[in-house]
Design a protein around this ligand. Structure first.
Ligand SMILES: [Zn+2]
Length: 252
């Protein structure tokens, strides 16, 4: 599949997935319909599938408008989150696998940001769509779940192969890396990534997607089980370190 980012609202990304051939396509997390329809028309693409990582309006706000334009499109969302918006045709849960453009899509239930949040993992394309659960260099806020849930959800995503690219829902990398550096001022990998991201942003370039390997090295929320980091922050286990880091980020 070919994957292209579509910047929407102030800092959201919808992801447009197209197969090697044909004019079908899928869209992940369309926050608004108008710009998506405009983009698809400019490419002569027909929307067949919508994937919703979670129910927040800035990820699902475009679904109704898209379905008016493409009434045949299927909408995949978790049973738990789907009750918050209309249009879901295929209710998915943890471990479900479905086919999209001759590729497998694996559903991972990753609660915490919302209770029904899911990540869509495409092994063949080496891509994972994480919505607002795992951000590049950070993670989503705890709107509905517990620190324990989100901590375990992130460690679950970390189990994927390290050459997978993380496609998240917002352009937050720069702010997240500034926080990562605040957490660990001496971390050379964070320093180097921040310099690179500062440069990309100065040129108006996107910083998403990012390799999971890079995330494992520079995203403090993926390192909550790191004993040295726990000790440095006076925490005794992964969940308490995660909660400590998340609280710090909320007020950063
Ligand atoms: Zn959200």
């Amino acid at each position: 599949m070919h994957i292209e980012g579509l910047p929407l609202l102030s800092d959201n990304y919808a992801w447009v997935l197209t197969p090697q051939s044909g004019n079908g396509c899928a869209v992940v997390d369309p926050s608004e319909a108008g710009p998506v329809i405009e983009f698809l028309e400019s490419r002569d693409l027909r929307l067949e599938v919508i994937l919703a990582t979670h129910h927040h309006w800035d990820h699902t706000g475009g679904i109704a408008g898209l379905l008016e334009f493409f009434p045949e499109a299927k909408v995949f969302a978790s049973e738990i989150d789907a009750k918050h918006f209309a249009g879901t045709t295929d209710f998915i849960g943890d471990g479900d696998v479905f086919e999209l453009f001759a590729e497998e899509v694996h559903c991972l239930h990753v609660p915490g940001h919302t209770l029904g949040a899911v990540a869509f993992y495409c092994p063949k394309s080496k891509a994972v769509f994480t919505g607002d659960t795992l951000f590049t260099a950070g993670c989503g806020r705890l709107f509905e779940g517990t620190p324990e849930q989100l901590c375990h959800s992130l460690l679950k995503i970390r189990e994927l192969p390290e050459d997978v690219l993380v496609y998240c829902g917002h352009e937050y990398t720069q702010k997240n890396l500034n926080y990562a550096l605040h957490v660990e001022p001496e971390n050379a990998a964070v320093q180097a990534r921040l310099a690179e991201v500062d440069n990309q942003r100065a040129q108006g370039r996107p910083t998403v997607p990012a390799l999971l390997k890079t995330e494992c090295e520079t995203n403090p929320f993926l390192r909550s089980d790191d004993g040295a980091l726990q000790a440095a922050k006076g925490c005794s286990d992964a969940v308490s370190l995660f909660a400590h880091l998340r609280r710090g980020r909320d007020s950063f």
